[in-house]
Design a protein around this ligand. Structure first.
Ligand code: ADP
Ligand code: MG
Length: 535
């Protein structure tokens, strides 16, 4: 016991010490020798408040610690009733407690109490109070140990307060997370319903996420995924995507590529795409991922192209018609002169052959001018309504196809018994088809196959009659595809006019239709004509 100082003792040990002290006092009163340990000095020096009351509640002992808390001098304190010590607001409660101990023998163990120091500051005490009993068990007094736990209490309070704040913070964060989740599902909805293909890739091109529009544009099923694949290894793009990724990685700026051509694997239609790539940077300002948005601008680009072509062609058509008109008179004069020469040379003269050839060429020139003149003439004198396959069964086309078949071409025509009806100038439309057929013939110097199909298609809710004319000829190089409808464009040398497809285009256009071409050099060419169908 004497090896420890009082401050190091637990409350239980202190209680025991006080009991022993009381015992010592009793023993002393009975004349027994005091032991050498100076308990009184130890108790006096303790930080805990230690006091003893007699059976009536009068103070018979208190240590220095109590004096610090309740400013009553030691002289005055001894013999004073406890009620005179305590702050008024504590009196009721303390009286109840002390009476319970002194009259009922109860004890109080580690109970928290609040009181006030001499300056009026709150003080929190941990109280241990117990009755003192004599040999017969009668209560002769009360001893108490009060430990000042104000600091601990305040710390506890602070701890509670900060844990409450922490809890609030967590709640707020949870609420924010909830909000974020709600926002991200909203984002998901937008991304899922967007007509724009939206996906993310890592800096090397590996696809991380994809949306339904991307599936549609790139051309794969809703059950398939491209996540995990490398974008730069995907076929069909007309440019080297790696180059763009490097550019994004080094410049860390968005890249926008307009009118990029893409060939989907599941359809033969080539697409025009507008692609925007936005780098997403991490904290170190390194490219973490790239957000890519792909817009299918095929329709847009086609409309633009068609518009440009139509403008150019209609201006050219007007010019051509004007030239043709001016040519009519000289051609007539030349024909008359040739007839005169023919009639005035001997029957046996070889000049007859030359004249015949000149007359043939002249009639070809006259034919061309006729065609060009017709283009400029809108009137609806010979407009009629007929089934579109009647164009194929028309006399001029049948004669041409028969001639081709006889000279070794394979001719395949397919049309339904009842084909869609169209309204227009049959003669002009037949002319248009003849231009395409003669081009097909010229594209197959070693013979080949010509396939003609008639059918119907619905586009944007409108019904069209369709005619496709395919050949297995030399094909058209991609760089020429945009030029073939231009007037005077030809790859066949000075003997050709380069007007055939221009005339064809103008006729189809005048009928409210459209003409398109697909070609693979060395494999063949396919022209498709759409004409508005009549119910
Ligand atoms: P021309 O036949 O007098 O050359 P066209 O306007 O009829 O003029 O055709 C223009 C050009 O388009 C041709 O010179 C040729 O290069 C190309 N072309 C048209 N049709 C075909 C085809 N079926 N196969 C290959 N090339 C074609
Ligand atoms: Mg031609």
């Amino acid at each position: 016991m004497d090896t420890k100082t009082l401050q190091q003792l637990s409350q239980e040990e202190l209680i025991k010490l006080v009991q022993q002290l009381q015992l010592k006092i009793d023993l002393l009163q009975k004349g027994v020798q005091e032991e050498p340990v100076d308990f009184k000095r130890l108790v006096e020096a303790a930080d805990d408040i230690i006091f003893v009351l007699d059976s009536e509640g009068n103070m018979i002992y208190r240590n220095r610690a109590m004096e610090d808390l309740f400013p009553v001098s030691r002289k005055d304190a001894i013999g004073m009733h406890f009620s005179l010590y305590l702050p008024a607001i504590e009196l009721d409660r303390a009286t109840t407690v002390f009476n319970q101990i002194l009259f009922e023998g109860k004890s109080i163990h580690n109970e928290k109490m609040k009181t006030f120091d001499k300056d009026g500051n709150p003080v929190y005490l941990m109280a241990n109070l117990a009755p003192i009993k004599d040999d017969e068990g009668n209560i002769t007094g009360l001893f108490g140990i009060l430990r000042n736990i104000t600091e601990m209490h305040l710390m506890e309070k602070k701890l509670k307060e900060s844990s409450r704040r922490l809890e609030e913070k967590i709640k707020e964060q949870l609420r924010q997370a909830e909000e974020l989740k709600r926002l991200s599902t909203l984002n998901d909805e937008i991304i899922n319903n967007s007509p724009i293909g939206i996906f993310t890739i890592d800096p090397t091109g590996i696809i991380l996420t994809e949306n339904p529009a991307l599936r549609r544009i790139i051309g794969y099923g809703p059950d398939e995924t491209r996540v995990g694949m490398n974008l730069t290894e995907m076929p069909g793009f007309s440019v080297d995507l790696k180059k763009y990724l490097e550019e994004i990685a080094t410049q860390k700026k968005p890249v926008y590529v307009k009118n990029l051509t893409y060939q989907p694997t599941n359809q033969d239609r080539e697409l025009t795409l507008n692609v925007r790539a936005n780098p997403i940077l991490d904290f170190d300002k390194k490219v973490k991922s790239i957000l890519i948005m792909i817009e299918d601008a095929t329709e847009q680009a086609q409309i633009q192209k068609r518009m440009q072509r139509a403008e150019k062609l209609s201006a050219m058509g007007l010019l051509a018609a004007g030239v043709a008109y001016e040519l009519k008179v000289p051609i007539n004069l030349l024909t008359i002169d040739l007839n005169f020469i023919e009639n005035n040379i001997p029957e046996t003269s070889p000049i007859h052959d030359y004249v015949k050839s000149m007359k043939d060429e002249l009639s070809r020139i006259s034919q061309i001018t006729e065609q060009l003149l017709n283009l400029g003439k809108p009137g609806d004198d010979d407009v009629e309504t007929f089934e579109v396959h009647k164009l194929i069964t028309s006399h001029p086309i049948q004669i041409t196809l028969n001639r081709l078949q006889k000279s070794g071409f394979i001719i395949n025509t397919a049309y339904p018994k009842e084909s869609p009806k169209i309204k227009g100038r049959k003669n002009q439309l037949v002319q248009a088809l003849l231009h395409i057929i003669s081009n097909a013939e010229e594209a197959m110097p070693n013979k080949g196959e010509i396939r003609i199909n008639v059918g119907s298609v619905v586009k944007n809710g409108e019904k069209f009659a369709s005619i496709t004319i395919e050949d297995t000829g030399i094909g058209i190089p991609p760089e020429n595809l945009s030029k073939i409808f231009q007037p005077f464009f030809t790859t066949k040398g000075p003997k050709s006019t380069g007007l055939g497809l221009m005339v064809t285009y103008t006729i189809i256009n005048n009928h409210g239709g459209a003409i398109g071409v697909k070609s693979a050099p060395g494999e063949g060419t396919s022209f498709k004509i759409l004409l508005p169908a009549i119910d």
